[in-house]
Design a protein around this ligand. Structure first.
Ligand code: S3P
Length: 425
C-alpha cells in the first residue's frame, strides 16, 4: 500500500477496543460462572484467536455485531479440545492461556503462526514448571508449539527478570488453581489489566510495590465489560497529530490506565500539546478523550520504569523522535527484540531507508531527529505496529512510501487506514 505527505490532519477518531482487555474479557469470562457481556470488543485477528481457542475448550461464545457473549462455565468447566489450539500471531493468547491450561485435567497442544513459533516461551515455561506444571516446547527450542498436560499446581513466589504482563498474568491465572497464595514480583510494574479484571470478576488479589498475590479457587462470576479504546492504537493518532503541521485531532474514549500511559508522558515531555478531556472510570480502568495539536517536538531520553508502560508504543515514539529536534535515546527496551518482529532492527532499517540518522543499540536506539525524511519501501515484517508507525511517518515524508504486508494491521486495528484517511479530508 502507498502513502504520501499530507498538509494537515483534522477531526475526530474513535479508537477500537483495547487488545489486552479484550483478550482478558474472553478468557476470564470463560472461567467464570454465567454470562460475560463484552461491548467495544476488539475484532482484531489476535482477539479472534482467543475466542477460537476457548470455543475449542467447550465455551460457547456469541460474536454479535454489538457485543460478545461468553457463556462461562466456571474455573473447572473447560473440556479437552479435539484438535490443537492455534493462537495465530498472538503472544498474549499463548502465554495467558498456558496459565489456565496447566492445571486442567487434560492435555493440549498449543501453537501459532511463524512469528509466534520464534517468540520466547521459556519465560512462562519456567515459572509454570516450578509450580508443578507439565509444559514443554515440542521442538525443544523454548518456543511454541507447546504441549501441556494438566497437573495439580503448587503456589510459588516467582521473581521475574522481565517486567512482562504476559508472564505475570500466566502465573496469576495458574495461581487461581494452586494450593495456596501465589505471588509474582517483577522489576517494574507492567500493565495491570489482569489484576483489575480478575478482582472485578471476584478473585482475591493484593498488590504491594511490584508484587502481586492471588488466592486460589475464588468464585468467579461473569460480568459486563465495556472495553476502553486501545491507547496503543491511539498512539498513532497522537503521533500523527503532533508531527503533521497544522493538525488537531480529538481521539475519543481511550484507556489511560497509568500502567499504559507512558506515551502521553513522553509526548508531553517532548513538547507536544496533549489535553485530556472527559476523564472517567469504567470498572477500575480510567478512560478519557485526548486532544492533540501539532507543534515542535524535541528529543528526550526514555528509560527505566516508564518502558513497560509504553513498550508497544516505542516504534511510533521512534517516528516522533525522527521528526523532533535533537537526539532521542531509548534504553532498557531489549524486550523490543522479541515482539512480533525485532522492533529495534526493523525500526532502524526502515527509518534509515527514509533518511533518518538512527543507531540501533543492544537495548534500544539513538535517533538524531529533525532532518527531512523521504518516502521509501518499508518492509513491515508483517508486524502491525511497524506498518502503522510507517503509515504515520509517510504523512510527513517527501515522495511516496510503500509499506509491504500493510494488511497486517488486521491484528490490532482492521480499520486503521480508513480512519487515518478520514482525517486528511
Ligand atoms: C500484553 C503485554 C505486553 C505487550 C503485548 C500485550 C498483554 O507484553 O507487549 O502487546 O496483553 O499482557 P509483555 O507483557 O510480555 O511485555
Amino acid at each position: 500500500m502507498e502513502f504520501k505527505k499530507v498538509q494537515r490532519l483534522k477531526g475526530e477518531v474513535t479508537i477500537p477496543g483495547d487488545k489486552s482487555i479484550s483478550h482478558r474479557a474472553v478468557m476470564f469470562g470463560s472461567i467464570s460462572r454465567g454470562l460475560t457481556e463484552v461491548t467495544n470488543f476488539l475484532q482484531g485477528a489476535d482477539c479472534l484467536s482467543t475466542i477460537s481457542c476457548f470455543r475449542k475448550l467447550g465455551i460457547s461464545i456469541e460474536n454479535t455485531p454489538d457485543r460478545i457473549l461468553v457463556h462461562g462455565k466456571g474455573l473447572h468447566g473447560l473440556s479437552a479440545p479435539s484438535e490443537l489450539l492455534d493462537a495465530g500471531n498472538s503472544g498474549t493468547t499463548v502465554r495467558l492461556i498456558s496459565g489456565i491450561l496447566a492445571p486442567q485435567p487434560f492435555s493440549v497442544t498449543l501453537t501459532g503462526d511463524a512469528s509466534i513459533q520464534k517468540r520466547p516461551m521459556k519465560r512462562i515455561i519456567d515459572p509454570l514448571t516450578e509450580m508443578g506444571a507439565d509444559i514443554k516446547s515440542i521442538s525443544g527450542n523454548g518456543c511454541a508449539p507447546l504441549s501441556i498436560t494438566g497437573k495439580h499446581l503448587k503456589a510459588i513466589h516467582y521473581t521475574s527478570k522481565v517486567a512482562s504482563a504476559q508472564v505475570k498474568s500466566a502465573i496469576l491465572l495458574a495461581g487461581l488453581y494452586a494450593d495456596g497464595e501465589t505471588k509474582v514480583t517483577e522489576p517494574y510494574i507492567s500493565r495491570n489489566h489482569s489484576e483489575i479484571m480478575l478482582s472485578y470478576f471476584g478473585a482475591a488479589l493484593t498488590n504491594r510495590d511490584t508484587t502481586v498475590s492471588i488466592l486460589p479457587e475464588p468464585e468467579l462470576l461473569g460480568q459486563k465489560v465495556d472495553v476502553p479504546g486501545d491507547i496503543s492504537s491511539a498512539a498513532y493518532f497522537i503521533a500523527a497529530g503532533l508531527i503533521v503541521p497544522n493538525s488537531e485531532i480529538l481521539i475519543k474514549n481511550v484507556g489511560i490506565n497509568p500502567t499504559r500511559d507512558g506515551i502521553l508522558k513522553v509526548a508531553k515531555e517532548m513538547g507536544g500539546s496533549i489535553t485530556l478531556l472527559n476523564v472517567n472510570e469504567e470498572h477500575g480502568e480510567p478512560v478519557a478523550d485526548i486532544l492533540v495539536k501539532s507543534g515542535t517536538l524535541h528529543g528526550i531520553t526514555i528509560k527505566g520504569e516508564i518502558i513497560p508502560t509504553l513498550i508497544d508504543e516505542l516504534p511510533i515514539i521512534a517516528v516522533m523522535a525522527a521528526f523532533a529536534e535533537g537526539t532521542t535515546t531509548i534504553m532498557d527496551a531489549a524486550e523490543l527484540k522479541v515482539k512480533e518482529s525485532n522492533r529495534i532492527d526493523v525500526m532502524a532499517e526502515n527509518l534509515s531507508a527514509m533518511g533518518c540518522n538512527i543507531t540501533p543499540t543492544e537495548d534500544g536506539m539513538i535517533i538524531h531527529g529533525g532532518a527531512p525524511l523521504s518516502g521509501a519501501v518499508i518492509d513491515s515484517k508483517a508486524d502491525h505496529r511497524i506498518a502503522m508507525s510507517f503509515a504515520v511517518a509517510a504523512l510527513c515524508a517527501d515522495g511516496i512510501t510503500e509499506i509491504k504486508d500493510s494488511q497486517c494491521v488486521n491484528i490490532s486495528y482492521p480499520a486503521f487506514y480508513e480512519d487515518l484517511a478520514r482525517l486528511t479530508k
